[in-house]
Design a protein around this ligand. Structure first.
Ligand SMILES: [Zn+2]
Length: 162
């Protein structure tokens, strides 16, 4: 089920839309290897009919599976839009598409959710990466794919500093 409003239901009063939008419907491609969308989008919205269009207001909540760009630790990022609002014109040049009396809200939700994605996901503010002591531990478990201060990635970063 896409996130859609049936305009016929809106004539008398506002509509409340509550539930979750499956990953496949949300269809977000973060274009970023360190962020994955694997949980449905929780939403609690109220749709109001205005003279010239629709006003949608409410909350959006999406849990992202992220990988810290500094220490590579996987963590969950809770993306919360507590006061999301969107005005959808039904007339004029920029009017939204109405199919069988329904307006699909998904494209607007998708766009605004994407804008809130963390650019450089960090497991905690100011994460300093893997401490030297734990690099040894990581190595001993056979996982050698982690960056340490001597790796080429760090050499590149150090170049940028000067
Ligand atoms: Zn981290």
């Amino acid at each position: 089920m896409p996130l859609a409003v049936n305009l016929r239901h809106l004539e008398a009063r506002n509509i409340r839309l509550e539930g979750s939008l499956p990953v496949a419907e949300l269809d977000i491609d973060p274009r970023d290897e360190v962020i994955r969308v694997c949980h449905p989008l929780e939403h609690e919205l109220e749709v109001q009919r205005l003279e010239d269009g629709l006003l949608v207001r409410g909350q959006l909540h999406l849990v992202l599976e992220c990988q810290c760009v500094r220490c590579l630790k996987p963590f969950q990022h809770h993306l919360e839009l507590a006061d999301w609002a969107c005005h959808l014109p039904l007339q004029g040049e920029d009017h939204v598409a109405v199919v069988n009396d329904c307006v699909d809200l998904t494209p607007w939700v998708r766009e605004d959710i994407l804008l809130e994605f963390p650019r450089h996901p960090l497991c905690k503010p100011g994460c300093r990466g893997l401490p030297r002591a734990s690099i040894g531990k990581v190595r001993s478990t056979g996982d050698t794919g982690r960056p340490d201060v001597g790796s080429p990635a760090w050499a590149e970063l150090n170049k940028l500093k000067f």
